[in-house]
Design a protein around this ligand. Sequence first.
Ligand code: HEM
Length: 494
Amino acid sequence: MLFLITSLIIIIVIFDLIWKNRFNKSLKQPFAIPLFGNLHQLGESPHEALQLMSKIYGRVYGMWFGSRYTVVVNDMDVAREIFVKRFDNFIERPKLPSLASASANFKNLAVADEYWWKMAKKKVANTFQKTQLMHHAYDLIHSESMRFVEALGKYSKQGEPVQPRRLCQRFAFNVILQYAFSDSVSYEIKSQNEMLGNERSLNELVESIDAFFKIVANGNLCDFIPALYPVYYSYLSKYGPHLKVHQLITDVYKKHQETIDIDNPRDLIDHLIIDSMNNTDTSIDKDLDQIQNILIGFDFFIAGSDTSSNTLEWFILMMANYPEIQEKCYSELETLLKPTGQVLLSHRRETPYLNAVIKEVMRIHPVAPLGLPRISRESCTLENGIEIPAQTQIVLNIGSICRDEKYFDTPMQFIPERFLVDNNLPQHVVFGLGNRSCAGSQLAMDEIYAAASNILLNFKISTLNPNETISEKEKFSLTIHPVEHYFVNIQSRK
Ligand code: HEM
């Protein structure tokens, strides 16, 4: 009996080995081992590992995430063909248990299947167009950036160094909290023991989001071995870190339903509730529709906090490391705006250099370097002869494209001027491509501009030691942030 079982396992292993390594003749791939495929090669920094592989296997190559065949795209032309031209075949994301448990089986926006995605996309597009919500966003982003400046002002008055991470997190959290839920938290950083109510739950939320990102980030084996799906799915559905965030948003949603004034919607959630009330399509299940609204709130929270917060953290780091670039930004802002002491979003056209600096920070440290994966519905052959089998996972390596000399001269150097000279550089890839690219890109660009410009107008940022720069090493956890929890000095410009 034991002999039979051992023989069977050996046969399966050999079959898996041959199958994985001869699967797609049209693409090169690293040698894949049974069961894991190439997952063991991703390590702590999958975006860097995948970029290194592109040097060996080409700009588009195959690999295995467990039993899921994957094509990694490091090339803009192929990316455009897949994500824009052949959008319909690549509209969905892979059906991973970690994503299923957090999205009521793909009924949200960020990882929804085609049916639910189309519904969610329509709802979000409808609400985005509402002028009330646009004004709300404009005002709250401005007032939030002034609160950020005020919080930094306290450090500069006391002459204390500041650790930007937690302040950036609060800023990004507050923008989403106010935009979606009309709520906010204070900027005061308290110790664990001092925290009360709102403050403690914010901390727990940040931890839950971190834990959720860790689960979906580094190619978790349980997500890529179908035999493990059911157990993993039930485990996450009972104990997953997303549950806390779901609970919070469900409570807020219910409160909104009780207090809504349909003539004066306060925020995104109110707009979604009204949109659902006005929807006369009888084929839509009302309970599921409500679940989807809650999940959209969840998506905004998850997708919109870490991304913007990390971008700002990178921005502050780069300004400390490149004082001469910081000075140029300041001169541009000072000439225009010093008398008011405040930059508005409407000033953006008049600050081309700062706009270029923000773009360059987002290029050199793209916070979502692997985007969110997609999946092919049917097999197809691309224009250059590459074959993509059905159900192939597609990973767009945004980090690699942003650092490729095919698209950017001397890509590892921080040169904002490149965006003043050439308007057509493909930096927009940081938000993904096509109809399913980032739903919050406009909001993100607005909040990053508002915070970055007002910080630079009011403070000079410097490293603690004038002879040292802060490490630009990246830590990956779905999004990337600086590996160091760094400190900077800030000095008032007034
Ligand atoms: C610097 C900031 C940000 C970056 C770099 C970023 C990047 C991305 C990327 C690369 C994707 C995957 C797109 C694809 O599959 O092609 C994405 C999706 C998404 N992002 Fe962002 N994002 C940012 C900020 C935000 C913000 C502030 C929000 C919400 C308020 C947001 C909401 C979303 C949502 C909902 C999706 C899923 C879209 C869909 O599946 O239709 N993001 N983002």
